[in-house]
Design a protein around this ligand. Structure first.
Ligand code: ACO
Length: 430
């Protein structure tokens, strides 16, 4: 608390509300007593101007294009950490020592198998089921199979749930893909790193030896790191909201996966590649699609463009674009979709509509192109986003449970605008 207050006059009342100041100088007005003091609540459609919590995990400045995990710039984390190390940092707040990191890795590795009974769940899904629907269903089912780690108030159960979640999510993701293409499930291998292991569960077959391409492992590692946390985004807020009822981690993450699936959030990476392919198939007619995106009478939007918080180039998109370049060059490939994406970016960024609204490419604009190079099918793109965002979801869920003042159920209010009280009309008279 800064000790400063703001005075608010409402009708004949004058109340003083505390001002809180964040580490980076952000100033917020605390309003949790406003209703008790005045009878008023605040209304903020889409939470554009509402902080739902304090958090020590991620700092982002959308005006300047800054993103930091636990104080470390994303550019440095992306260059110097691997995904598991990043997960540790986000969840526990500090970079691990070599020993802490090894123990953490072991705790995850040891839990990557699924209960054999869970294979029947996959078998029951139709082959064309979307893997995000499978992922959320099977992660939800972990609450049935892992009943000794459901109590978030028990420190040991909480820790075991975290290890299990990190360990089993790649297995569930890869099994959902294998099921969709009719191939046998490939079990995890403890000697491999997190990303190597995921690629081998996705692409190995029992009849052949599989060596994951080190460039692909590197690129995947980087993409997962860049997606690992992003403050109170839609899916993370969902995990916090659902978790605030004190339900277990698996159910909270399952809800987060559903929130991520939508095209305005994580589903944008799949939607973005679909958009680029559609433009390419339409003779690369960029102008037509830019005009559609600008048309106030048309709902069409450029997927992978714009962000609620970033009003500058998304720092993650910058890194991903460079990796795209590197991968394509190294593998001597020309990708018309990447060429088109760059051209679209250039045209949009010099168009007054996008300049005035400060719409820049976001993390989803180029990530799909890298997934494509790695060989990940389009339907799996958002699943990869979920794998990356998992440490963030866990970190927020844990932070909420360990909050010094205790945890409160999340329960927003509303302004009722429906009918006033009216007389009931019996069915026969309607
Ligand atoms: N294409 C065209 N116009 C856009 C776009 C876009 N991608 N994004 C925003 N706009 C326009 C809106 O039409 C609006 O114009 P107006 O002021 O004339 O009405 C203005 O920019 C502001 O847009 P809002 O929808 O109010 O911005 P909001 O912060 O609510 O939405 C969002 C942010 C959802 C990301 C939006 O930019 C969008 O739909 N982008 C495309 C989907 C996408 O890429 N999502 C991924 C986001 S990143 C992530 O979740 C990982």
């Amino acid at each position: 608390m800064s000790g400063e207050t703001v005075k608010l006059q409402l009708g004949g009342l004058e109340v003083e509300l505390p001002i809180l100041v964040g580490t980076e100088g952000e100033r917020v007005i605390e309003i949790d007593k406003l209703r008790a003091m005045t009878g008023y609540i605040t209304l903020d459609d889409g939470y554009a101007n509402t902080g739902s919590t304090t958090s020590e995990i991620t700092y982002l400045d959308g005006e300047k294009g800054i993103l930091r995990y636990r104080g470390y710039p994303i550019e440095e984390i992306a260059e110097r950490c691997d995904f598991t190390e990043t997960a540790y940092l986000l969840i526990y707040g500090e970079l691990p020592t070599a020993e802490e990191l090894e123990t953490f890795r072991k705790s995850i590795r040891a839990r990557s198998l699924l209960h054999e009974g869970m294979k029947t769940i996959f078998a029951g899904f139709p082959p064309d089921a979307h893997p995000m629907a499978i992922l959320s269903a099977v992660v939800g089912a972990l609450a049935i199979y892992c009943r000794d780690s459901l109590d978030p108030a028990d420190p040991r159960q909480r820790e075991v749930a975290i290890f299990r979640m990190l360990a089993k999510m790649p297995t569930i993701a890869a099994f959902s893909y294998k099921q969709s293409i009719g191939q046998p499930f490939i079990y995890s291998q403890n000697k491999l790193s997190y990303c190597q292991n995921f690629l081998q569960m996705m692409f190995a077959v029992p009849s052949e030896r599989y060596e994951p391409d080190p460039d692909f492992v590197h690129a995947l590692n980087l993409l997962l790191i860049l997606h690992a946390d992003h403050g109170q985004n839609c899916s993370t807020s969902t995990v916090r909201m659902v978790g605030s009822s004190t339900v277990n981690l698996f159910s909270s993450v399952s809800a987060g996966i559903c929130a991520l699936w939508g095209a305005l959030h994580g589903g944008a990476n799949e939607a973005c590649i679909n958009m680029l392919e559609a433009i390419h198939a339409d003779n690369d007619n960029l102008g037509k699609y830019i005009d559609l995106a600008k048309d106030p009478n048309d709902d069409y939007r450029l997927m992978g463009f714009g962000h609620r918080v970033y009003k500058n180039y998304d720092p993650r998109a910058k890194i991903i674009k460079e990796v795209c370049h590197g991968l394509l060059e190294k593998h001597s490939r020309e990708d018309p979709i990447f060429e088109l994406a760059q051209e679209l970016e250039e045209v949009a960024l010099s168009d007054p509509y996008f300049i005035e609204r400060r719409l820049y490419p976001n993390v989803d604009f180029y990530s799909g192109i890298i997934y494509k190079i790695i060989g990940i099918p389009k339907q799996m793109f958002t699943v990869l986003f979920a794998l990356g965002r998992l440490p963030g979801w866990i970190a927020h869920w844990r932070e909420m449970h360990l909050a010094p003042g205790g945890m409160r159920i999340h329960r927003p209010r509303q302004l009722y605008t429906g009918s006033a009280q009216r007389k009931f009309v019996p069915l026969i008279k309607r």
